[in-house]
Design a protein around this ligand. Structure first.
Ligand code: FES
Length: 118
């Protein structure tokens, strides 16, 4: 069984644009960059704007709120590549754009014994 999820048909995401989709409990921005599709986390790590609504040019999306720029191929922040948003696998299968988004792994809950109620 494949864990790729169909988000749109080819042609539904115009070239040079992105669209956000809810996949596996996460918002994912899928971009059409010159006919090639890429997927990254939709939430800008600065203040949470939707990156899908950003300006896309030459593989770089510019956040619509404060212009942070991210590579849509690997999610790296252009001004500091040590910082990145998650990127996801994308494929086109029988004219459908599909993404593979693993469930988010949350940190373990704090130990209740470490915070005793007075
Ligand atoms: S919310 Fe994206 S740059 Fe500020």
């Amino acid at each position: 069984m494949s864990d790729f999820v169909t988000v749109a048909k080819v042609g539904e995401i115009a070239e040079g644009t992105g669209t956000a989709f809810a996949v596996n409990g996460r918002m994912v921005a899928v971009f059409n960059d010159g006919g090639t599709f890429f997927a990254i986390d939709d939430f800008c790590p600065h203040m949470g704007a939707s990156l899908a609504g950003g300006y896309l040019e030459e593989g770089i999306v510019t956040c619509p709120w404060h212009a942070w720029r991210f590579c849509v191929q690997d999610g790296k922040w252009c001004d500091n590549p040590k910082v990145k948003v998650d990127n996801f696998e994308v494929r086109v299968h029988e004219n459908e754009i599909q993404v593979r988004v693993p469930p988010r792994v949350l940190p373990p809950a704090p130990d209740a014994q470490a915070y005793p109620v007075p």
